[in-house]
Design a binder for this molecule. Sequence first.
Ligand code: PLP
Length: 440
Amino acid sequence: MSHVFPRHTKASLPTASHGEGCYLYDTNGKQYFDGSGGAAVSCLGHGDPEIIEAVQKQLSYLAFAHTGFFTSEPAEQLAELLAKHAPGDLDRVYFVSGGSEATEAALKLARQYHVENNEPQRKHIIARRQSYHGNTLGVLAAGGNQWRRQQFSPLLIDVNHIAPCYEYAEKRDDENSYDYGQRVAQELEDEILQLGPDTVIAFIAEPIVGATLGAVPPVDGYFKRIREICDKYGVILILDEVMCGMGRTGPMFACETEGIIPDILCIAKGLGAGYQPIGAMICSSKLYQTIKDGSGYFQHGHTYIGHPVACAAGLAVVNAILEKGLLPRVEQMGNLLRSELQSSLAQHPNVGDIRGRGLFAGIELVADRERKTPFESSCGVASKLKSSAFEHGLICYPMPGTRDGKSGDHVLLAPPFITSATQVGEVVEKLTLAVNEVCG
Ligand SMILES: Cc1ncc(COP(=O)(O)O)c(C=O)c1O
């Protein structure tokens, strides 16, 4: 009998034994293509000898030194590398152990910045519906997914939610993409004015919405307008690139495509690529300087922040992404993935939309293509798709609740950056089998 408290107590899972390249294997010898990197984590695939060596080497020198007493070489080097590649004046890196810790730290830094900037009256956070920023209470409150929030709602801080930028389902027929983006971005200004222009701490959003919408990129001009509004009212812009950052969409950071620079950028997943748990919050020099010139102390911290082994893994991962030319490869393989998905699935009567950027692709499944009507949630399309694909040896990331936290289904693909053209074909073939099996 197992004593592990699993995610699902009624599911019986195979035991993973090892990984190699884009594949994971279970103890029965079954092979699985890791088409979603778990949840957009394993960007370098499995068993990468260089990352393993970097981790082992660091362990042999220094496994742990508390950041209350020491800094460490891997933390210094990784921070320098990230600051060098991050856009604009994002140049101070606060290391944590995962995505929720990164977004949680960002919300607290944003609040402390205003307090130290003599604006303690700023108390509101604005986020978007159908977003996900993590599962700890602070960021669960920021997230806009009803299903994830519901039973914990008595414990959640008040966060105001505006519309996402979700063109496929929410653009009106009488407007073009650009106008749609401007309309939904305007909701931010309206909300700020409603709450009181000098009472808002921050706006948090995923540049490309991952888990809750299925790789939905913004329309042109949306984030430029968001940046303008934040600047106008002194609202801190936090971009959550926990899933879509670290090269997943082509450039190192997804916001580069939007041509904007946030005040705080959150990363995780692909930063450690699964070799170590690590996340980070990168903030602008303006925010950092305010804390430095003020209290000199960000009132936050966890035991494992800046963990030397995690930072050594992150350093090796970022170097591999840069030195092996993986960013252009993400773009090239991403284009191939979407074009093969189009050829194989675009005509399927239950495929409503195929979207994404780089090696971050989403497919929305619908009951009626013409009307874009989602399946009834009782059909359990997402969970059936996950089982069917897994049966066929494909790990992908389907989720229900795409439209409103309840109805709607999508599947997310986030294969390793080392995926070959032949393997793109394998992913599409296996996913098509699963879609046909579940939707008929
Ligand atoms: C955009 C986004 N933010 C935050 C998180 C939370 O990250 P973690 O699960 O590492 O705490 C996730 C996880 O899926 C995510 O996709």
